[in-house]
Design a binder for this molecule. Structure first.
Ligand code: ATP
Ligand code: MG
Ligand code: FE
Length: 332
């Protein structure tokens, strides 16, 4: 089963050819980051326009690198949601056009299922599994009893982890997207600033990051008002420490409670080295295996959509020609 997958939910235009949901034959990602940087965030209109300009080239490049004719493809897959509606529509329209022209079936894919399924591109997922999804728009613990089964057992009640990283980074004067910049700054500081961790009710697998974010903003304002020194690198290290601690601890509790065989980290924030190291440490000696995909498979890409599409293909969950972008599509 060879699938050409397309991803345009946010600010990456991506296409990839994936075999049997586990082997990347080609993967092309065109980032628009530079166009959005000066606005401090993704501007939906600009995102759609960039996708339109480049999607054909990105798809052609993926096919060229795969060295395959369209006749060898089994299906075309595309992210149907969640994401920016205009951005999603560009990928969906392109996918429909290619599928129609070559007489291929069209597979709709959930973007977050894609982030999770990126693990399968590293090594086979062992079920039952627990996925920690930490991205720009999502923070969730997802229990997977078997392939294709996804149950959200905990989620953020306010900001997503990536959103918190980006907002705190902005407060500290770092460029967008702030996550990687904040990580680098944190590495030069010490976690000496007292910041809150929202554990929420006992037994809850939910998260909350807005209090932590506000605390960083207050710490900065207070220091400015009192004319006291403000060490951004120490605040960054403390923020990173608080986020990683709650993410890792709740993931560990959930993995043990649900008696899973494997833990998966997914989404852009899983690119964070501090989080990656802490997750690995947490599962050493537990008998639970873990997969943390390489950084380029944590941030948005189309190979992960090709991996998730394979599961939909096996269920013959196909789309009709009226497939539409679903900005708020739920995982389960
Ligand atoms: P979603 O997947 O929820 O729709 P998205 O696709 O925009 O959102 P991703 O591309 O998965 O999100 O991840 C982007 C987020 O990851 C940004 O918030 C970015 O700051 C964050 N991020 C990327 N690298 C790092 C890092 N090294 N440390 C912390 N955060 C990071
Ligand atoms: Mg992005
Ligand atoms: Fe994403």
């Amino acid at each position: 089963v060879i699938i050409l997958a397309i991803e345009t939910s946010c600010d990456e235009t991506a296409a990839s050819v994936v075999k049997n949901g586990s082997e990347i034959i080609s993967s092309v990602v065109a980032s628009q980051m530079d166009s959005h940087k000066r606005f401090g965030g993704v501007v939906p209109e600009i995102a759609s326009r960039h996708h339109t300009e480049i999607i054909t080239q990105v798809m052609e490049q993926a096919m060229l690198e795969a060295e395959l004719p369209f006749s060898k493809l089994t299906a075309i897959a595309v992210t149907e949601g969640p994401g920016l509606v205009g951005a999603l529509l560009v990928g969906i329209s392109a996918a429909k056009a290619v599928a129609f022209a070559h007489g291929l079936p069209l597979i709709p894919v959930h973007h977050i299922a894609g982030h999770i399924q990126a693990a399968e591109l590293v090594k086979p997922i062992l079920y039952p599994a627990m996925a920690l999804v930490v991205s720009g728009g999502h923070t969730e613990l997802v229990y997977m009893k078997e392939p294709g089964h996804m149950e959200v057992i905990g989620e953020t009640r306010d900001d997503a982890a990536g959103e918190a990283y980006d907002k705190v980074a902005r407060t500290l004067g770092l460029p967008y997207p702030g996550g990687p910049h904040l990580e680098r700054l944190a590495a030069t500081g010490e976690p000496t600033v007292k910041l809150p961790i929202a554990w929420l009710e006992p037994g809850s697998y939910d998260f909350s990051f807005s209090g932590l974010k506000s605390s960083v903003i207050n710490t900065k304002h207070n220091a400015e008002q009192r004319g006291e020194p403000f060490k951004a690198e120490d605040v960054a290290a403390s923020f990173q420490h608080s986020v990683v601690e709650v993410l890792v601890e709740k993931t560990k509790r959930a993995a043990l409670a649900y008696d899973v065989q494997q833990v998966i980290a997914a989404g852009g924030v899983a690119a964070n080295r501090g989080l990656r190291a802490a997750l690995k440490d947490a599962f050493i000696g537990t008998g639970i295996d873990w997969t943390i995909p390489p950084i380029e498979l944590c941030t948005d890409n189309a190979a992960m959509i090709g991996a998730a599409a394979y599961i939909e293909w096996n269920k013959q969950n196909l789309a009709d020609w009226d497939l539409n972008g679903k900005p708020g599509l739920a995982l389960t």
